[in-house]
Design a protein around this ligand. Sequence first.
Ligand code: NAD
Length: 501
Amino acid sequence: MLEAVQQPRSPGSGGRRQSRQFIDGAYGDAATGRTFDQVAPATGQVVGQVQEAGRDDVDRAVTAARQALNGPWGKLTLEERCQLLYKVADGITARFDEFLAAESEDTGKPYSLARHIDIPRGAANFKIFADTVRNVASKSFEMATPDGAGALNYAVHVPKGVVAVVCPWNLPLLLMTWKVGPALACGNTVVVKPSEETPATATLLGEVMNEAGVPPGVYNVVHGFGPDSAGAFLTEHPDVDAITFTGETGTGEAIMRAAATGVRDVSFELGGKNPGIVFSDCDLDKAIEGTMRSVFANCGQVCLGTERVFVHRPLFDEFVERLKVGAEALTLGHPTDEATQLGPLVSEVHRSKVRSYYDLAGQEGATVVTGGGIPQMPSDLAGGSWIQPTIWTGLPDDARVVREEIFGPCCHVSPFDDEDEVIARANDTNYGLAAALWTENVSRAHRVARQLDAGITWVNSWFLRDLRTPFGGMKQSGIGREGGEYSLEFYTETKNICIKL
Ligand code: NAD
């Protein structure tokens, strides 16, 4: 049963939030179906209930998406579609504080971060991809024919169909809209499966879609887990035309197996174990500041973050000392406190995983420069999944802590002696998502950047993102590129039309 109810407003301001399915423009009936608890990672308190989708709910969502595609949404002109997406962007901005509260409560991320990154990017993803698609030029080719009249070929982009969007918990609104924005701009309809840890903003976006006048069925949300739950039901569904996924590499393998049935297309943004390389000719203040952000932002839960830092030997001791001072000065605290720089990890389960690496680092013989444990928090936060920012040195490159993605506020720092050596060591990983280089030598910057196995390499910066550029990973960090016109390669079919003149 579906009814057109709204979500309770202002999550975190009293009353438990209910995250229900959003199918065909309506929220699920609270009285039906299984639910699971939603826990705020900052406090460990249950703050809401999430309605878990069964196979039949997922089927209804996919059917609604198909009907919208064949019906009202498919009949809109490109211009009409883009105007609706601008309204969605404005709708997110108009309800900025609600999105901010919901995102922060779900993830524990500080307001100071989400206010500047997650929520504005959530709105921008609709505007920028509407702009991109409106401005796409079509290629044409004139050819000779035996009768001399010739023929004209031209390429058109048509929507791929119903797209499944499976999302992680680290940047829930930002990463979901990074997929939903281009998918809808290209004329597809979507069924979104948010992470079970962070259901709130995807659910809230349903209201914004309705307020903007987006036809029912264009944007659908099903909640639940991965295997034997909504994630698997959705990716196995035969009427889904393409699957776009952000998450762990192992989950990507499982989804790829599901996508093999029916030869469905996939776009994957997966894990990373990204290097930061600090040359002795860098501006050290910038390198310290940038490395601090790339290691500790969002409590280290950023796929593009740096977990392996390589420092030119002459700078090594000073760099480690200054990074330590910076890490120890970070302010941990309630996410709503604007002075807070570091929130908790997303869940107790994830904290157990990160802690197991903190323990492993000791077993593998690391020197703990700072951190390595659980911080003392005030009583109202004591039940949260807090962890200390941590820096290690002294491990060989084949230590598990140096090879495996941890996804916490931690890094290993090791010295290097020359350029070829550090390139080889930085590339000695199964991943290839991002890299950060710190050098004032422009030739070196170009030379090293092009040799690194990374979908994106930053020089003297980190997390600068122009949404028109290609984004994606090499090796086991992903398949395909999204961003700007690159997104059209996944979200549309390119057809050739040949007209005899
Ligand atoms: P995850 O793979 O555990 O889960 C992601 C989503 O997949 C969730 O919605 C989950 O319910 C679903 N899922 C799990 N198993 C499934 C299955 N068998 N079938 C269908 N769906 C399934 O990832 P996470 O822990 O939420 O996110 C952290 C990971 O995401 C890290 O590895 C990080 O590097 C990666 N990440 C990558 C990027 C990128 O752009 N490359 C961005 C953000 C996060």
